[in-house]
Design a binder for this molecule. Structure first.
Ligand SMILES: [Ca+2]
Ligand SMILES: [Ca+2]
Ligand SMILES: [Ca+2]
Ligand SMILES: [Ca+2]
Length: 236
């Protein structure tokens, strides 16, 4: 299978920028898309994807005019989301706003739509290939839910793209464990767990010392009482 060069997509940067609230003002939520037929192909299905490059024949036909001509880099509106991904998500090669996020959970609408069918259905934990890179992040990085290796690092800062993207996710149920998971994607989860562990160990040590001190005090008190009894017995 040929490797597509758009793996290092600027969509990663756009999504990260939107995540931190610095999306350009021009990005406004588009109207809800009409229900789309699922044009995606199963991997290796040559009846749907003749050249086996993950871009369905029907989509290549729209993007460039034949069933096998698309490179995956076509981006007619220059927004970092390849035409074929926009077409799968919206039915048009310029139908996606990479910063639109209706439910404000950090995952752009088009990634949720391609993950589970609507703009707001993803939990942020979907990972169809079980490689640790969440489906929606794989879509941002390279276009579908199984294409990323997990090593992509568009801005070269040493933090993998999927980790930076996952740090955007605001989970529906904000349990403490979700918060740790969120911090873990930015490198702070390990520190938080270490602090909790240190607090537990320190607390356990303090409780043990306190219990020993109480036992020793009671022992001393009992011995003192015994001494008094012995003394009074001798005097009698
Ligand atoms: Ca194809
Ligand atoms: Ca585009
Ligand atoms: Ca969303
Ligand atoms: Ca995955």
């Amino acid at each position: 299978m040929r490797r597509r060069s758009w793996t290092r997509s600027i969509a990663v940067l756009i999504t990260a920028a939107a995540c931190w609230g610095i999306a350009p003002a021009a990005f406004a939520a588009p109207p809800a898309p009409a229900e789309m037929p699922d044009l995606r192909c199963d991997p290796g299905d040559r009846s749907c994807d003749t050249d086996n490059d993950r871009i369905p024949d029907a989509v290549e036909q729209v993007v460039c005019g034949s069933a096998t001509c698309a490179t995956g880099t076509e981006d007619v509106d220059g927004d970092g989301v390849p035409d074929w991904v926009e077409y799968l998500a919206s039915g048009a090669t310029d139908g996606v706003d990479p910063a639109a996020d209706r439910d404000k959970d950090g995952m752009p609408d088009y990634t949720e739509r391609l993950t589970c069918g609507t703009d707001t259905c993803a939990t942020g934990r979907e990972d169809v290939d079980g490689d640790g890179v969440r489906d929606w992040a794989e879509i941002v990085i390279c276009g579908d839910t199984t294409c990323a290796t997990g090593d992509e690092d568009y801005d070269g800062d040493g933090v993998a793209d999927h980790q930076q993207l996952q740090a955007c996710v605001v989970y529906d149920r904000s349990s403490w464990w979700d918060q740790v998971n969120r911090l873990a994607t930015t490198g702070w989860g390990g520190w938080l767990l270490a602090l909790i562990a240190a607090a537990l160990v320190g607390g356990g040590y303090w409780v043990a010392r306190r219990a020993r001190a109480i036992r020793a005090a009671k022992l001393a008190e009992n011995e003192s009482a015994d001494d008094l009894v012995d003394a009074s017995g001798s005097q009698a």
